[in-house]
Ligand binder design. Structure first.
Ligand code: KIV
Ligand code: ZN
Length: 515
C-alpha cells in the first residue's frame, strides 16, 4: 500500500451542489489553477452531462490544468460517460468517475432497480469508461447505508471490470468514525482483488463528522480523500480539504501516510478565492482558515505564545498561507505592481482592456481605502468577472437617506439592457429601502432567502462583502457585491443575484432522478 495520501478535490462538482454556489466557467478555471498550484492530485471539475455550461467548464479546466488529474462525474450511463470522455479529451491526465447507488433505500425508491441490475449496470459503466481512459473511479452511492455483502460483490466485480479507484461515499453523512473506518477495513479484507485498487472516501458533514470519518478511513487503509475547500458541498457540505490535509501533516506521528507533496501555503489563497467566488463566507472560528484560527485573545495565551509559540500553537499560520500573501498595494502603486501581484494570485487578464478595467477599479478603491490587501484584489477581480458575465442589469446610481427618527429612503437608477430606469422607496433600513427600490423597477417575484455582510479585511475602511440569496420557482442563486459602502455593496449583490436568476438554467443534479 502506498504511503501517499491522494487529495481529490470536488469543490467544483460537489461544492457547486451547495444551494446557490454555481460557478461560471472562468471562475472554475481560476479555482482549478489555485488547486493545481497547491499540488492537489485530482480535481473533479464537474458533471459534464448536466448542462452545456458544465460540459464547457470541465473542458476548460481540462485544457488549463497540466499537473493535476482532471476528473468528470458521470452516472452509470453510456450517455453520461461519453459526454465526460468528450469533455476530458484535452486533459494531460483524465479520470472518469462513475457512480450508481447501492443502498436498499436508493435502489428501491430512487432507481427502482433490483440489486442484480445495479451490479450489472455498474460493471457495464466501468467497462465503458475504460474505453476513454485507464483511470476510472467507481462510487457505490450511499455506501454508508449499503449492505456489506452486496457492496463487496459490486466492488469485486467493478475491479475486475477495470476500476482503478474505489470511492466509498457516506452520501448522507450518517456514519460515525469507528463504524466508517471499520467499513473500509472490512472491504479491504473481504474483497479478494482489493489490493489492485486505491480505496477512497467521500464523506458528507450532516452530523459534523465528515473530517473525522475521512481520517478514520485513512487509519484503516483509505489512500484517497475526497474533500472541498472550506468544506463546501451538498447540504452541510463535504470533508474540508484544509482540515484533512493539516490533520495528516500536523499529526505525522499517528497517520500511516504522508501528504508532503501538497503545498499547504496555498490553502488560504484557495479558501479566500472560493469564498469570494461562491459568496459563502468562512465562519471566524472555522479550523485552519477562519479569521480566529490563529488569533489568541486571552492574556495567558498571548503571554505563552510570545514566550514560545508552541505553548498554544500546534501549526504555524505561515504554513497554511496566513500572512505570507499579504503584500499591500496602495494609492501610489502602479499598473505593473498591480499586474504582478494579481499574477502571483493566479489571475491573468485575457486582454489589455480587461487589465485596464481592473486597474481602474483598483484606483477607485485605493482612493477610498488606504491599503489594498490580497482579499481586496480577489474581490475586485470576482466583481469584474461577475459584471462581465451578467450585465443585463447594472447599478448606475444609489442615494440613501438614513437619519435617527426618520424613515430611511433610497433612490436608485439602474441600467436595464440599454436604457436607464429610476425608482424611489422607503424601507426599514437603508438596505431594505434599496432592495425595495430595485424591486419597484424589476418586479422579479423572487424571495430573499439570505442576506449577509462580512468585512473583507479589518478596519472601518474595509470593504464589506455582501451575499444575497434569492429563490424563484425552486431555483436558488447567490449574488455578491463588495464596496467600502455596505449599502452600495448590498445593492450590487442584489443586482448580481437578479442577473443570475433571471437567466434560465438547465443544469441537472447528478444525484436525483432515475437512471
Ligand atoms: O455524495 C455522494 O455520494 C456523491 C457521489 C456522486 C460520489 O457525491
Ligand atoms: Zn457527495
Amino acid at each position: 500500500m502506498s504511503d501517499r495520501l491522494i487529495i481529490f478535490d470536488t469543490t467544483l462538482r460537489d461544492g457547486e451542489q451547495s444551494p446557490g454556489a454555481s460557478m461560471t466557467k472562468d471562475e472554475k478555471v481560476r479555482i482549478a489553477r489555485a488547486l493545481e498550484k497547491m499540488h492537489v492530485d485530482v480535481i473533479e471539475a464537474g458533471f459534464p452531462i448536466a448542462s452545456v455550461g458544465d460540459f464547457e467548464a470541465v473542458q476548460a479546466v481540462a485544457k488549463a490544468v497540466k499537473d493535476s488529474t482532471v476528473c468528470g462525474l458521470s452516472r452509470a450511463l453510456d450517455t453520461d460517460i461519453e459526454r465526460a470522455g468528450e469533455a476530458l479529451k484535452s486533459a494531460n491526465s483524465a479520470r472518469i468517475h462513475t457512480f450508481i447507488a447501492t443502498s436498499p433505500i436508493h435502489m428501491k425508491m430512487k432507481l427502482r432497480m433490483e440489486p442484480d441490475q445495479v451490479l450489472e449496470q455498474a460493471v457495464k459503466a466501468v467497462k465503458k469508461a475504460r474505453q476513454f481512459t485507464d483511470n476510472v473511479e467507481f462510487s457505490p452511492e450511499d455506501a454508508g447505508r449499503s449492505e456489506l455483502d452486496f457492496l463487496c460483490r459490486v466492488l469485486e466485480a467493478v475491479i475486475d471490470a477495470g476500476a482503478t479507484t474505489l470511492n466509498i461515499p457516506d452520501t448522507v453523512g450518517y456514519n460515525v468514525p469507528e463504524q466508517f473506518g471499520s467499513l473500509i477495513y472490512k472491504l479491504r479484507e473481504r474483497i479478494p482483488n482489493s489490493d489492485k485498487v486505491v480505496f477512497s472516501v467521500h464523506c458528507h458533514n450532516d452530523l459534523g463528522l465528515a473530517v473525522a470519518n475521512s481520517l478514520s478511513a485513512v487509519m484503516n487503509g483509505a489512500r484517497q480523500v475526497e474533500c472541498t475547500i472550506n468544506g463546501l458541498g451538498e447540504r452541510a457540505g463535504n470533508a474540508s480539504l484544509e482540515e484533512v490535509v493539516m490533520a495528516v501533516k500536523t499529526r505525522k506521528d499517528v497517520f500511516p501516510c504522508n501528504i508532503d507533496h501538497l503545498d499547504t501555503t496555498q490553502i488560504m489563497n484557495s479558501s479566500r478565492l472560493v469564498s469570494s467566488i461562491t459568496g459563502f463566507p468562512v465562519q471566524p472560528n472555522k479550523a485552519i482558515v477562519g479569521a480566529n484560527a490563529f488569533a489568541h485573545e486571552s492574556g495567558i495565551h498571548q503571554d505563552g505564545v510570545l514566550k514560545s509559540r508552541e505553548t498554544y500553537e500546534i501549526m504555524r499560520a505561515e504554513d497554511v498561507g496566513w500572512s505570507a500573501n499579504r503584500m499591500v498595494l496602495g494609492k501610489h502603486s502602479g499598473r505593473n505592481a498591480f499586474k504582478t501581484r494579481l499574477r502571483e494570485l493566479d489571475v491573468e487578464f485575457a486582454s489589455e482592456a480587461e487589465l485596464n478595467d481592473a486597474f481602474a477599479r483598483f484606483k477607485d478603491l485605493a482612493d477610498k481605502k488606504h491599503e489594498i490587501f490580497d482579499e481586496d484584489l480577489q474581490a475586485l477581480v470576482t466583481e469584474a468577472n461577475l459584471e462581465a458575465a451578467n450585465d443585463w442589469l447594472k447599478l448606475v446610481r444609489l442615494k440613501v437617506c438614513s437619519e435617527t427618527g426618520e424613515t430611511p429612503n433610497a433612490s436608485i437608477t439602474l441600467r436595464v439592457d440599454d436604457g436607464e430606469l429610476s425608482a424611489e422607496s422607503e424601507g426599514g433600513g437603508p438596505v431594505d429601502a434599496s432592495f425595495k427600490a430595485i424591486e419597484q423597477i424589476i418586479k422579479s417575484g423572487c424571495s430573499l432567502q439570505l442576506y449577509s455582510v462580512n468585512n473583507i479585511t479589518s478596519g472601518t475602511d474595509s470593504q464589506g462583502e455582501v451575499t444575497v440569496r434569492l429563490e424563484k420557482g425552486g431555483r436558488i442563486v447567490n449574488g455578491q457585491g463588495a464596496d467600502t459602502d455596505i449599502v452600495i455593496a448590498s445593492a450590487k449583490a442584489y443586482i448580481n443575484a437578479l442577473n443570475k436568476i433571471m437567466e434560465p438554467s438547465d443544469r441537472a443534479h447528478p444525484q436525483t432522478g432515475d437512471v
